[in-house]
Design a protein around this ligand. Structure first.
Ligand code: ARG
Length: 407
């Protein structure tokens, strides 16, 4: 929103990460856009950052109030678990670790703005990323009357200029000015961009990873893990029942230890550009792999096939910032309906960057019928019935082939 439209904003709640950009937003909103009071909101999404220094940094940067909200549990329950049930992989690969956090942050940002009687919210996203789309669309859906201030989309400062502006306002330059990467992280994973990674032919250096081990450092011994699901939600690992947050943490540890869960992809952003993305999302990818496998055992063939299309649409809309839209609700109806029978256990072997499924079972909902599948003497499949089936099934092909021969 441009400067002339924001002149009326008095009290603003800013989505705050502690980084330079969102820190510079604080003095910028006050000095350049005449905002009287900036209140920051930082979300704890299990990223492992120390939050007290971040809380204090906002105050040092000129915030009148600095709020930190623990969103870890809703993040996993309401956002990560539905994504696992949906086997959500954007463009077939990216499990949406960053994208899933945005509608939750937006929702809480709006709630805080309401609680404090703010007349606007703000974020520090730039004009070429996906996150601006996700925040703006979500806020527009939840609170159409709240203004959304987006200084970083307007100020046209380079990173160096932003740092210099911050230093003039008493905001210290980032500790490692030479860290060239842009990193987004939460309990589901890390996204690493920029610096040398902007060349798609440059292999990501080992230093960019933090949740997954390099293959050369992973154990030589494979490790077998068993993941149990109830109604499509992961509920236990190796027989130990875990609450959703502990379960994700455990899955991250196990997969990360064995170097599983790294991605290096070219991704199509909402704003039309291709970007090179490095991700590490060990637990989430492990759980999706296991969940897909259990579905192959417990869902009917036509449901599995149809669900693949729903999954891809679901992943697209989450990526594109449409979490609070009507298609999301409609698809969730389908997904919820399918998950009632997704109960059972999947066994995988983790070793040297791989997670290989080696077994699956469901005592209540398996559609695998041994008497039908077996080639042994207790086979109950009526082989002669196949002849009539194939006569009918192949009819269109035979008719078409005959007419081709005549032509
Ligand atoms: N491209 C990813 C997404 O849209 C991650 C974006 C944030 N990453 C970052 N390194 N700042 O979900």
């Amino acid at each position: 929103m441009a400067q002339e439209q924001v002149a009326r904003a008095k009290r603003v709640v800013l989505a705050y990460s502690g980084g330079v950009d969102t820190s510079v937003c604080i003095p910028y909103l006050k000095q350049e856009w005449g905002v009287e009071e900036v209140i920051t909101f930082a979300a704890d999404l299990g990223q492992g950052d120390e939050l007290e220094p971040i809380r204090r940094k906002a105050l040092d940067s000129g915030a009148s109030q600095s709020i930190v909200g623990d969103l870890i549990d809703p993040f996993i329950r309401e956002f990560a678990f539905p994504a696992i049930r949906a086997n959500a992989l954007y463009e077939g690969r990216y499990p949406l670790s960053t994208a899933l956090a945005r509608p939750l942050i937006a929702r809480r940002l709006v709630e805080v703005a309401r609680e404090l009687g703010a007349d606007a919210v703000a974020h520090g996203c730039t004009g070429k990323g996906n996150d601006q789309v996700r925040f703006d669309v979500a806020i527009g859906a939840l609170a159409p009357d709240l203004k959304v201030l987006t200084p970083a989309r307007e100020w046209a400062m380079s990173r160096e200029e932003t740092i210099a502006y911050g230093e003039r306002c008493g905001i210290p330059a980032p500790v490692s000015k030479k860290n060239p990467y842009s990193i987004d992280l939460n309990l589901l994973g890390r996204s690493i961009e920029a610096g040398p990674l902007e060349d798609p032919m440059v292999e990501p250096p080992e230093e960019v990873f933090a949740m997954t081990r390099s293959i050369s450092d992973t154990p030589d011994e494979p490790q077998v893990v068993e993941i149990a699901f109830e109604q499509g939600n992961p509920v236990a690992i190796d027989g130990l029942a875990l609450d959703p947050v502990s379960l994700i943490r455990r899955a991250n540890e196990l997969a990360g230890l064995h170097g599983f869960g790294r991605l290096d992809i070219i991704e199509n952003r909402v704003v039309g550009i291709k970007s090179r993305e490095i991700y590490e999302t060990p637990g989430l990818l492990l759980l999706i792999r296991a969940h897909q496998e259990l579905e192959s055992l417990t869902l009917a063939a036509d449901v599995v096939r149809y669900k693949r299309q729903i999954e891809s649409s679901w992943a697209d809309l989450v990526y594109q910032g449409l979490w609070f839209g009507p298609l999301k609700q409609a698809l969730d109806g389908f997904l919820d309906c399918t998950q009632a029978t997704v109960n059972g256990v999947v066994r995988l072997r983790l070793h040297k960057g791989n997670a290989v499924v080696i077994g699956r079972s469901s005592s209540s909902d398996s559609l695998y019928v041994p008497a039908m599948a077996t080639y042994g003497s207790d086979d109950r499949f009526d082989h002669r019935a196949a002849e009539g089936f194939i006569y009918v099934w192949g009819m269109p092909t035979r008719l078409w082939a005959a007419s081709q021969r005549q032509a």
